[in-house]
Design a protein around this ligand. Structure first.
Ligand code: SF4
Ligand code: SF4
Length: 206
């Protein structure tokens, strides 16, 4: 499937009309692709003036494909990269170390891991779900990279913690405006603070 980098897309409107399967939605300031409809024709990729469109890796026969992304120290490295980055309502796209909010942080961590999806705000994801290829799963059996979504917040599950973190029992990495920022929290702490109504999404490669 193909995806659009919504940060570099200038919303020229060129790609939606040439998609044979109406997979591209014009959001006026940028476009997004519904991956479940994309037939990989490359039409959009070929005409984009800003090179904002790229192809996700093809499905890998290895069932541990997803895990291979987070294996080793990758997620830990990303967490360390983000450790101490302040909360910011609007990210500085030229310097992410200046901060981001929860949804931009989650999106950028996935991007840094090489997993691209159209940026999705928390409210939009709550109403419509995380975009393809995420799938909603039943809470409980968490694995690295799972996204915990609240109506007004999202966080990433981290199984393996960097050494020296303040709370060795915690596994949720998130940017949050109020009492803490970019710290680990137990699920109980997180739900106590944000709300008991939540959904869990997992990246599924197709
Ligand atoms: S690759 Fe083809 S099918 Fe997929 S979104 Fe682009 S134009 Fe549409
Ligand atoms: S062609 Fe490229 S810049 Fe134009 S709307 Fe599509 S993705 Fe955005």
């Amino acid at each position: 499937m193909y995806i659009i980098d919504t940060c570099s897309c200038i919303g020229c409107g060129g790609c939606p009309p040439i998609c044979p399967d109406c997979a591209i939605y014009d959001m006026y300031e940028y476009c997004v692709i519904n991956g479940s409809r994309c037939v990989n024709c490359e039409n959009c990729w070929a005409i984009c003036p800003t090179d904002s469109i790229s192809r996700l890796p093809d499905a890998d026969p290895d069932p541990d494909y997803f895990d291979s992304y987070w294996d080793g120290d990758m997620l830990m490295d990303l967490v360390l990269w983000w450790w101490g980055v302040p909360y910011a309502d609007t990210p500085d796209f030229s310097d992410w170390s200046k901060g981001a909010d929860c949804s931009w942080t989650v999106w950028k961590i996935y991007q840094q891991a090489g997993l691209n999806y159209p940026y999705t705000s928390t409210g939009w994801a709550w109403d419509h779900g995380m975009p393809y290829p995420f799938v909603e799963i039943a809470p409980g059996d968490f694995q690295d990279g799972d996204i915990l979504l609240f109506r007004n917040h999202m966080a990433i599950y981290v199984e393996h913690l960097p050494s020296g973190v303040s709370n060795p029992e915690a596994h949720w990495f998130n940017a949050r405006r109020s009492s803490w920022s970019h710290e680990f929290n137990t699920l109980e702490e997180l739900t106590n603070a944000v709300g008991s109504d939540y959904k869990v999404f997992r990246w599924e490669n197709h």
